[in-house]
Design a protein around this ligand. Structure first.
Ligand code: GTP
Ligand code: MG
Length: 217
């Protein structure tokens, strides 16, 4: 496999059904809604019962962006501390992260900085990150204002969305935006460092920045 493909997503000759494969991870404290977010996106389902993830799990979904078939391998990590050694082992090679907290849980917000440090420590420099404040349907129990989430995201250099896995708010938008910013990053690297992208398409995948959806509830 070409070096560029390893770094920017695989183009596997044995499977002609996609142009790129991106590995994405969802991380954040336990119970913020990572599994629910993935189930909403992949299966359009939601359950209000809480079954804490053991270790790590994944789902695959193919999306079409700018005439390209992008196969997403989405890893859902356990938020519980005891699984940290297992889950951080999967950061390697991830091209994008959804870092999630719960807008009704201050502790999960306060942990965002630590999660960002974990990304820096265990993944590669160009991994793209979107910060998501989940459970925005629970506005009456909100303890983290939208502005606070946005401010932290700005400080960390991430994009920010509020979302609800329960009410299906901004779920698809977050994944699609993450794919788009990974594509932009890929095309920038093609322009800047040609030797690293041997075998990758040289066309810019996002000629035009996508329309930004409302990122607030
Ligand atoms: P771990 O696997 O332990 O890391 O937790 P997790 O982040 O995967 O949380 P999970 O998706 O299992 O959700 C925890 C609880 O929050 C469950 O009871 C969900 O039903 C609930 N939940 C998840 N997303 C939402 C949401 O958007 N709104 C509301 N109201 N509840 C949600
Ligand atoms: Mg889970």
């Amino acid at each position: 496999m070409a070096k560029a493909d390893q770094r920017f997503g695989q183009r596997d000759g044995s499977d002609q059904n996609f142009d790129y494969m991106f590995k994405l991870l969802i991380i954040g404290n336990s119970s913020v809604g990572k599994t629910s977010f993935l189930f909403r996106y992949a299966d359009d389902s939601f359950s209000s019962s809480f079954v804490s993830t053991v270790g790590i799990d994944f789902k695959v979904k193919t999306v079409y962006r700018n005439d390209k078939r992008v196969k997403l391998q989405i890893w859902d990590t356990a938020g519980q501390e005891r699984y940290r050694t297992i889950t951080t082992a999967y950061y390697r090679g991830a091209m994008g992260f959804i870092l999630m907290y719960d807008i009704t849980n201050e502790e999960s917000y306060n942990a965002v900085q630590d999660w960002a440090t974990q990304i820096k420590t265990y993944s590669w420099d160009n991994a793209q990150v979107i910060l998501v404040g989940n459970k925005c349907d629970m506005d009456e129990e909100r303890v983290v204002p939208f502005e606070k989430g946005k401010h932290l995201a700005d400080q960390l250099g991430f994009e920010y969305y509020e979302a609800s896995a329960k009410e299906n708010i901004n779920v698809r938008q977050v994944f699609e935006r993450l794919v788009d910013i990974i594509c932009v990053k890929m095309s920038e690297r093609v322009d800047v460092e040609p030797p690293m992208v041997t075998g990758a398409k040289t066309t810019r995948l996002t000629d035009k920045p996508p329309q930004l959806p409302q990122n607030c509830c």
